[in-house]
Each structure stands twice: as structure tokens, then as C-alpha cells.
Design a binder for this molecule. Structure first.
Ligand code: FMN
Length: 254
């Protein structure tokens, strides 16, 4: 190899080395910033689901994090919600901390679910008023993560927000449309038989009918995604999900 070729080779190696060090450094430096931004976005989504706007520590301090045993509905206060949330993606794949969902019951298509979930509860004069319940289930293309805020005295929807999904923008992705989400507010989560019930309607429905209390506007071109949202809610509001906890909270809310 001639001297010039050798120099070019060495310069190439040096540039590649410097670049890889810069990339590694930026990953390390940016990681904590990303974690802060993820946490902030989580808090914003929870606050928004409960009907507040914007990020505010003052508002979020009113949200009490509780760990719920889904089988019994018993709950305890969580002292480190950030840690719990950070472990959540691993937790939902950990057979030790999850229950396998029997086939016929797995309407949200998630295969297994954690034995415990962390929820947030807003209190009003020492009585639970709104519970913000994390839920996840399959849409057409992705697992959709959401928060459903439930008014505990009336068992109606206080709000719904999605924190993560991979549905098609403009079609299934319209589940993020605030106008559609606002449509959910005030809808009853259980019917007269105490079963979760929601409909999506493509045409206006008589507002005085029983069904109107359970009906949300359909999103055109998104039937499969919204069916996934419905099945997710049906699953997490059932006895396997938050039902026992919600019953307890409803008693305390009266
Ligand atoms: C590229 C592509 C992306 C699509 N993305 C979605 C989607 O995210 N959610 C969904 O429900 N349907 C999606 N669809 C449409 C479905 O295939 C199906 O037609 C639709 O869910 C029916 O909804 P509709 O009854 O409201 O017309 C997509 C279709 C194509 C071709």
C-alpha cells in the first residue's frame, strides 16, 4: 500500500471512530431527556383524559396513584409511580407478574395481563370522584394504549385519550381526534344488565333512546380500529379487568 493510500485509510478509520463516539455520546446524553419528555407526555395524557388541559404539577398533585389488584379490586397507594410506569412495558410480558387470559375471554387480543395495574384517582371532599384507568388492546395494526377516565358516582365516561398506537393516520389514527374523544364524555359504561356496552353509529341516533347513552359517532374508514377500542374497553371494564375495583370505588363515591 502506498503512503497516500495508507493515509486515506487511516483518516477514514479516524472519521468513523469519531462519528461512532459522537453517536454513542448523543444517545447517552439524550436518554435522560427522552425519559423526562416521555414522563411529561404520560402526565399530560392522564390530565387530559380527566378533562384538564395542559401540563401542570399543581393539577397532577391531585391525582392519587393506586395499585389495584384486579382480581379482588383491593388497592393500595403507590409511592413511586414513575418507577412503576418505567417497568410497565416489561411487566406486561412477564409471566410471573401476569395472568394468562383464557382464549374465549381475550377479546382485547393481548394474551396475558398484569395481576396489578396502577390507576390514578381524583378525590373530591375525600370521596373518589374520577378514576383514570390505563388500558391496552389490539387495533388493526397495533396494540393501542389508552386512558379511560370514569366518573365513579355515575359510571359514565369522563374522558378518553390514547398514549400510543400505530393505526393509520387519517383512518384508525382518528381515534386521536379530540372531537371524536369529546363525543365519549357522559356515555354510560355499563348497561341495565351491568355489562359494558358501547356502539359506534354512522347516523344520528334519537337522543332520548336507551342506546344513545352508549353510542359514540363512528369514524369512517376505521371500523376495525374502533372495534379494537370497543373490545379493549369491554375487556378492561369486565370482571377480569377493573370491575371489582370500580364497584368498590362507586360505593365509596356515594
Ligand atoms: C393502507 C390502508 C390502511 C388502513 N388503515 C386502517 C386503520 O388504521 N384502521 C381501520 O379500521 N381500517 C383501516 N383500513 C381500512 C380497512 O381495511 C377497512 O376497509 C375499514 O376498517 C372499514 O371501515 P369502514 O366500515 O368505516 O369503511 C385501511 C386500509 C388500507 C388500504
Amino acid at each position: 500500500m502506498q503512503a497516500e493510500q495508507r493515509r486515506a485509510f487511516l483518516v477514514g478509520i479516524a472519521v468513523a471512530l469519531v462519528c461512532s463516539i459522537l453517536v454513542s455520546l448523543s444517545v447517552v446524553i439524550l436518554r435522560p431527556i427522552q425519559a423526562v419528555s416521555r414522563e411529561r407526555s404520560r402526565i399530560e395524557t392522564i390530565i387530559a383524559a380527566a378533562g384538564f388541559t395542559g401540563y401542570s404539577d399543581d393539577i397532577f398533585e391531585q391525582f392519587v396513584p393506586l395499585i389495584v389488584n384486579l382480581e379482588t379490586g383491593e388497592y393500595r397507594k403507590e409511592s413511586d409511580p414513575e418507577r412503576w410506569y418505567a417497568e410497565f412495558p416489561e411487566m406486561i410480558r412477564d409471566p410471573e407478574r401476569c395472568t394468562i387470559i383464557p382464549k374465549g375471554y381475550d377479546i382485547a387480543a393481548i394474551k396475558m395481563m398484569p395481576k396489578e395495574m396502577m390507576v390514578y384517582v381524583l378525590y373530591n371532599n375525600d370521596k373518589p370522584s374520577i378514576a383514570i384507568l390505563p388500558m391496552y388492546g389490539s387495533g388493526l395494526w397495533s396494540v393501542m394504549h389508552s386512558y379511560l377516565a370514569v366518573d365513579l358516582a355515575s359510571f359514565t365516561v369522563a374522558g378518553i385519550r390514547f398514549s400510543e398506537h400505530g393505526e393509520t393516520p387519517g383512518l384508525g389514527g382518528e381515534i386521536d381526534n379530540i372531537r371524536w374523544q369529546t363525543n365519549w364524555q357522559g356515555k354510560k359504561i355499563y348497561d341495565y344488565q351491568d355489562k359494558p356496552r358501547f356502539f359506534f353509529s354512522k347516523s344520528p341516533i334519537r337522543p332520548d333512546s336507551e342506546d344513545a347513552q352508549h353510542t359514540v359517532d363512528a369514524i369512517s374508514g376505521a371500523t376495525l380500529t374502533t372495534d379494537g377500542v370497543k373490545n379493549t374497553l369491554y375487556f378492561w371494564l369486565s370482571d377480569m379487568g377493573y370491575r371489582n375495583f370500580l364497584t368498590k370505588m362507586n360505593e365509596e363515591a356515594q
